[in-house]
Design a protein around this ligand. Structure first.
Ligand SMILES: Cc1ncc(COP(=O)(O)O)c(C=O)c1O
Length: 498
């Protein structure tokens, strides 16, 4: 065997391993509904299996693939499963899987246009198309694909910070004329806390803005806090509107926040990592009213657009923003501008030698078209509505209000025992293998609730009904509901049969 074949395999072995891999993928995708979503496992068991391979004794390619597939079969929460109602980890689109495969095979480096002109231009085409869907002028908008929403949010904070305090780019924050502060609601994603640390601002610079009874950011409280901070000599510069909170799918009042941002001179960043796709549906566009006035947007195709991880996007309507934040010269890198190419991504993002993230989205969108995507999103919105209706009919209480397909719910009854009961119900549902749901805490009181989101492309009406049946069964079985709550349950049952 030649040295090359050690890694490339010979032609026959390569053909075999492609076939074996395709067979596995096809069997996995077609067999998903029959699969147990997750089985009980101990960390020791998983660790022991993961450590089985001794690298001094290499496996044959088919054996290596079999070993990994068995690992996935035994030790994995199958988030593509139609009855997975958990965090936003979708089932991968077929063309997305193809895209990731082609990206790995051709392996273009997206750092410099001159090295990968087609890949860079294709991503720029996508950025313009997505920017236009959010209402930005595609001729002025610019953006870059990221590893996900966290990197996109970090990019937003860094870009806004250095635009407002250009002196800090060289001198650090000590060169800023006043202490910069930023504003997020208590329901915003915690990546902003990480980003504040990484930008040298520290978490103390992150103000928590109150939410209203619908868990949406309270623009009056934002204005109050901004003015108080300014009066205290601070420098308010950045506010986040979340378009689909992680917990509860709530869309903050973007237009009202755009007004405050404009009046107070703040950068408005919309974090639409998951929910932003809802803006593509004409019937939901009103919920996202004002998004076109955002200075920048985070959007994760690897969430509601069902492309494999990782695929995030930062997009801004301000041309030149990314270059101002990230540009530098490096003698060993090609200078694409000198060869007719407009963009080198290494000067426009945190990443340098990055992979072709946009391809999986491009192929999915090219084959589905915007209409196809709208159909999928619309169907998932309808499934969310069905989930809400069924849960209410079964006696659960809704705890969030959103048109997006994520439902937070609870039970009537006394607070302490309800928490135990909800946790027990979630654990029972997951252990039953009939559905996968989780709990979370929402609102200022950090109320514990059950949470179910429609995230898998494969979910159908029957899966929603099966999940609700599993929840009703778990509620009947839980010992955590004290006698007082049992009465509450009886009331609920009576109401239901009425
Ligand atoms: C609203 C929101 N923003 C940001 C993120 C972080 O995205 P990622 O996990 O892609 O880094 C998430 C993740 O769920 C999210 O829901």
């Amino acid at each position: 065997m030649s040295a090359r074949d050690v890694l490339m395999l010979d032609d026959a072995a390569r053909a075999d391993v492609w076939r074996a891999t395709i067979d596995v993928v096809e069997r996995y995708l077609t067999g998903l509904p029959e699969r147990e979503i997750a089985r009980a496992m101990s960390a020791d068991e998983v660790r022991a299996y993961a450590g089985l391979v001794d690298f001094r004794r290499p496996l044959d390619p088919a054996g290596a693939v079999r070993y990994v597939v068995e690992g996935f079969e035994r030790f994995h929460v199958h988030n593509a499963h139609p009855r997975y109602f958990g965090l936003f980890v979708p089932a991968s689109s077929t063309m997305g899987i193809v895209g990731d495969t082609l990206a790995a095979a051709f392996n273009p480096v997206l750092a410099a246009w001159r090295l990968s002109p087609f890949a860079v231009e294709l991503e720029l085409h996508l950025v313009r198309a997505l920017a236009a869907r959010f209402g930005f002028d595609p001729r002025a908008a610019e953006g870059s694909f990221t590893s996900g929403g966290s990197e996109a949010n970090h990019t937003a904070l860094a870009a806004a910070l250095f635009r407002r305090f250009p002196e800090a780019g060289v001198g650090g924050l000590r060169a800023a004329d006043a202490e910069p502060v930023l504003y997020v609601s208590i329901e915003a994603h915690h990546s902003f806390l990480k980003a504040a640390k990484l930008c040298g601002l520290g978490t103390a610079s992150v103000r928590s803005v109150a939410v209203d009874s619908a868990l949406a950011l309270d623009s009056a409280d934002l204005r109050r806090q901004v003015r108080a901070d300014r009066a205290a000599g601070k420098a308010p510069f950045f506010v986040v509107a979340t378009a689909g909170t992680t917990n509860a799918g709530v869309v903050d009042p973007i237009r009202a926040l755009a007004d405050v941002a404009f009046e107070e001179g703040l950068w408005l960043h919309v974090d639409g990592a998951w929910g932003g796709a809802g803006a593509f549906l004409p019937e939901l566009r009103g919920t996202f009213d004002g998004i076109e006035r955002a200075d920048s947007i985070t959007f994760d195709p690897h969430k509601w657009l069902s492309v494999p991880m990782s695929a995030g996007l930062f997009v801004t309507r301000h041309a030149g923003l990314l270059a101002a934040t990230f540009s530098l010269d490096e003698p060993y890198m090609p200078r694409s501008e000198e060869h007719g190419g407009p963009v080198d991504f290494y000067r426009r993002s945190m990443q340098w030698a990055r992979r072709f993230i946009g391809l999986k989205l491009f192929l999915t969108l090219a084959v589905a078209g915007w209409d196809g995507y709208e159909r999928v999103l619309r169907e998932q919105v309808a499934l969310g509505e069905r989930l809400r209706t069924r849960l209410t009919a079964a006696g659960f209480l809704l705890a969030n209000h959103t048109p997006l397909p994520v439902v937070c719910f609870t039970l009537p009854g006394d607070c302490r025992s309800i928490e135990t009961a909800l946790q027990d119900i979630a654990a029972r549902v997951v252990a039953s293998g009939r559905a996968w749901i989780s709990t979370t805490r929402i609102g200022p009181a950090r109320q514990l609730v059950l949470r179910a989101a429609v995230t898998s492309l494969h979910t159908t009406d029957d899966d929603v009904d099966a999940a609700v049946d599993a929840l009703v069964g778990a509620r009947a079985d839980t010992a955590a509901l004290a006698p007082r709550d049992t009465h509450a349950r009886r009331d609920v049952t009576t109401r239901r049969t009425d």
